[in-house]
Write a protein that binds this ligand. Structure first.
Ligand SMILES: C[S@@+](CC[C@H](N)C(=O)[O-])C[C@H]1O[C@@H](n2cnc3c(N)ncnc32)[C@H](O)[C@@H]1O
Length: 378
């Protein structure tokens, strides 16, 4: 099997988490830059990384990278790439693009040049003038940054946050990829109790349960490259079998999830059922102020309301102050909170041990981390 280069795209701030996920999958030749984690592997990595990556947005197959200052240059250098190794005669392919700080700034022109160049390549290979485009889908991306064009094919299709379990979502749901990253950035593990007192549609508890059961996040969905005839179907089969066999059904897991809104809890419970982790999570309808647990060394990971509605500032301040009163009472608990609230620490009542800048969609947020006492070694 020949070597290929893949790019796992990631939201700003999550590159290191994605790198660690790839290392856990056994990949070593990894390069990190803004929003991209590139690695070299063989074709088997396409099914494996798509099935297992929890915090990456998409997995792209890198076709080439070159300097392009003119449309001619873009056309010729694109045409020289081995598109015919990956795109079949009947493939339906679209091109999307982006351009940052580059001479070729017209995205629509770049897209049509790249499409023409790929068609030319296919015409040569298949000695044909016309392609039906009735077959499997491939989305090509031309991304220009500082005059360097990177050409990729999207192997995932829909974003990897689409796991297939969350048909319904409440207000302001968190992306599954971000929830998985928050958990992996914390010191929580399956021996400790986890609590999300603002669980909404259940994303954080469900992702945590899937991590502790070692359930591959992509097991419930399809990927664009699964349809590509070029990739041996057995590779997908083997990767899925490997993932099924890896599931840990037995370890007891204790996750508490609550929310003030009974509709959100009904949705969260349904989502947990769809994800196959309903037995790991205890859901309840309750306001934060009623959240209580006698357990020690627990971990709170949560995404509280942000208070975007007019007039809700006082309400939000009250909630954040109540969080401080409740969770600071027991020094064995660790608390992780994702919020854009700049004075969060003063409302909560103490400075976080660590603060990490992240993005929740377009909203700039901080991930406040309060480390409680460590549990005794077993
Ligand atoms: C930002 S959303 C959480 C979204 C969730 N992470 C998800 O992925 O769906 C905040 C949640 O806090 C809940 N909430 C608001 N005030 C609350 C309170 N006082 N006590 C408990 N839950 C509350 C809302 O119902 C909402 O579901």
């Amino acid at each position: 099997m020949s070597e290929i280069e893949l790019i796992a795209t990631a939201t700003f701030g999550l590159e290191a988490v994605v790198k660690r996920e790839l290392q856990n999958l056994g990949y070593t030749d990894i390069n990190v830059s803004d929003g991209k984690v590139s690695f070299r592997a063989d074709e088997k990595a396409i099914p494996r990384a798509n099935l297992w990556l929890r915090s990456a947005d998409r997995l792209l197959l890198k076709m080439g990278e070159f300097k392009a200052l003119t449309f001619d240059e873009l056309f010729e250098k694109t045409k020289a790439l081995p598109w015919d190794d990956w795109i079949t005669r009947d493939a339906k392919f679209t091109v999307n693009g982006k351009s940052v700080k580059s001479k070729l700034f017209s995205i629509s022109d770049c897209q049509s040049i790249v499409k023409k160049a790929v068609v030319e390549k296919l015409k040569q290979r298949y000695a044909a003038d016309w392609f039906e485009e009735t077959g499997p889908e491939s989305t090509i991306q031309v991304a220009l940054l500082n005059d360097i064009a990177t050409l990729t094919i999207n192997t995932s299709g829909a974003g990897l946050h689409k796991r297939g379990y969350r048909e319904a979502a409440g207000e302001a749901p968190l992306k599954e990829t971000l929830a998985a990253a928050m958990i992996q950035l914390s010191y929580w593990n399956k021996d400790r109790i986890l609590l999300d007192p603002f669980c909404g549609s259940g994303t954080i508890p469900i992702e945590a349960a899937m991590i502790s059961r070692n359930i591959a996040p992509g097991l419930n969905r399809k990927f664009a490259s699964e349809e590509w005839p070029i990739i041996d179907k057995n590779l997908w089969k083997e990767a899925r079998v490997e993932a099924y066999n890896a599931i840990d059904q037995d370890t007891p897991i204790s996750i508490l999830a609550s929310d003030i809104d009974h509709k959100a809890i009904a949705i969260a419970a349904e989502n947990a059922l769809q994800a196959g982790v309903d037995d790991c999570i205890e859901f309840s309808v309750k306001p934060l102020v009623q959240v209580k647990t006698e357990e020690k060394f627990g971990v709170v990971i949560t995404n509280p309301p942000y208070g975007e509605r007019i007039g809700s500032r006082k309400e939000i301040a009250d909630i954040y102050q109540a969080m401080g009163r409740i969770f600071r009472a027991d020094p064995t608990w660790s608390v992780y909170v994702l919020t854009p609230q700049e004075n969060f620490e003063s409302l909560y009542g103490t400075k976080a041990h660590r603060k990490r800048k992240l993005y929740n969609g377009n909203i700039k947020v901080d991930f406040y981390q309060y480390y409680g006492e460590r549990p005794p070694k077993k």
